[in-house]
Design a protein around this ligand. Structure first.
Ligand code: DSN
Length: 445
């Protein structure tokens, strides 16, 4: 037995149990999601797809449906059902015509959509990384930026919202093949209708939303669904607010055809173009143990309790944002409309984001240093920190604890600024540990 890795798993379990996770892109999965990831489905190869008939039905109808699959290996009787359950549940959750549950990650999902719709050199309009966008939306360090021509729109630093006038102007000027709304550090609710209207004026423009951060809020009914506001495609990860295993997902609207036949390159055929782009276009064998765990997570997200969870994430974020503001923290955009808060630490306490992140690590609060719009500092030691409430809400923390967290953050910032003794960090470490242990991880209950 590999004792070293075993001991690290125990140590990580203790770290998670005894601390509080404030990174807005992380969460704690249920016992069943965790166990399913470790199941024997990991032993199985299954390139291709299950059959797509009867996915409009409920779980029983999906399980009962028979039909020819599109697989390149034998032994698929269980894999086919588990992947069909994942597809059917994802479609139901997001009111989509089609779901591809095979992307290994959000980055893979985005690359597969680009590959499905674009030719090398085509233009994509996406949010500036420095304003809260994502690496895969055109950062020059990525593979896709070498292939396609990315143009960036920004956000307004005062309001924190998308600069829609700039987006419209850039769309008219550059006639992009994709307009992409998505982000990893943005705390407003996008105006999907306005962007869809712009996209409809550009011939052959695919409207794509990367909703990795807020997919759980959409599933829980507290955030608009871009697919219901004129968007053709939505990509997401499955492990953030959606609370599933690490992985990716692509939802789309249009006609679902056989992935064995190359369809015409039309917006109506985008589901099949995407299927062919995921496999064999950009990936090989799907991770069926992860797909099975996605199916479990989608089942959980379809339950009424998940709607309450999603509402609580947003409520906790607003309470935490208010408590932080009362304690001198300067929030980008002045607050939050979703699960995420971005703080300008230099303006708040004269402390850079990395220094604050490291000090909070010492007391058991985990968040990440993050650039703020128009940051003049380098990305590794930026001016801001980013935090959010999906994980702590899963553990059951509420208003009282949000205020307590804001208190700890204030004291830690004061230690960093030299206004308090460093010894206070030790005292707070014990307080955080005590509180955290009152709210066990869902998988450890
Ligand atoms: N790494 C994710 C995040 O933290 O937002 C985005 O991919």
């Amino acid at each position: 037995m590999d004792r070293k890795v075993f001991d690290l798993i125990v140590a990580e379990t203790n770290r998670q149990n005894q601390g509080l996770e404030l990174i807005p892109s992380e969460n704690y999965v249920s016992r069943q999601v965790l166990d399913t990831m470790g199941s024997v489905f990991t032993n199985k190869y299954s390139e291709g797809y299950p059959n797509f008939d009867g996915l409009d039905g409920d779980d029983d109808e999906i399980v009962a449906s028979t039909g020819e699959d599109y697989r390149y290996y034998g032994g698929q009787q269980n894999v086919n059902v588990v992947e069909r359950l994942a597809i059917g549940r994802a479609r139901r959750l997001f009111h989509a015509d089609h779901a591809n549950v095979q992307p290994h990650s959000g980055a893979q999902a985005n690359n597969a959509v680009y590959n499905a719709w674009l030719q090398p050199g085509d233009t994509v309009l996406g949010m500036n990384l420095g304003h809260g966008g994502h690496l895969t939306h055109g950062s020059p360090v990525t593979q896709s930026a070498k292939i396609y021509n990315f143009i960036a729109y920004g956000t307004n630093p005062e309001t924190g919202d998308i600069d829609y006038d700039e987006l419209e102007r850039l769309a008219r000027e550059h006639q992009p093949k994709i307009i992409l709304v998505g982000y990893s550090a943005f705390m407003k609710v996008p105006d999907f209708d306005r962007v869809a209207k712009v996209g409809r004026e550009v011939p052959g423009c695919l409207l794509m939303a990367d909703m990795a951060h807020v997919a759980g809020l959409i599933a829980g009914g507290v955030h608009p669904n871009p697919l219901e506001h004129g968007f053709h495609v939505m990509t997401t990860t499955t492990h953030k607010t959606l609370r599933g295993p690490r992985g990716g997902l692509i939802l789309s609207m249009g006609h679902v055809g056989s992935p064995l036949r190359k369809p015409e390159h039309t917006l109506e055929n985008i589901p099949t173009l995407i299927d062919r782009s995921v496999f064999p276009g950009t990936q090989g064998g799907p991770l069926e143990h992860i797909i099975a765990a996605k199916a479990v997570a989608f089942y959980e997200a379809l339950q009424p309790e998940f709607r309450e969870y999603a509402a609580n994430i947003v409520h906790n974020a607003k309470v935490l944002a208010d408590a932080l503001k009362e304690r001198g923290f300067k929030l980008i955009g002045g607050g939050t409309e979703n699960h995420l808060i971005l703080i300008n630490m230099i303006e708040s306490y004269g402390v850079d984001g990395k220094k604050f992140e490291r000090a909070l690590d010492r007391i058991g609060l985990t968040l990440n240093a993050n650039s703020i719009p128009n940051d003049t500092r380098k990305p590794f030691e930026p001016s801001g920190v980013r935090l959010g409430t999906p994980a702590i809400t899963t553990r059951g923390l509420g208003e009282t604890e949000m205020v307590q967290i804001a208190d700890w953050m204030q004291k830690t910032a004061e230690v960093c600024a030299g206004k308090r003794d460093e010894a206070e960090l030790e005292k707070m470490r014990e307080e955080v540990r005590k509180l955290a242990l009152r709210f066990p991880l869902p998988s450890e209950k």
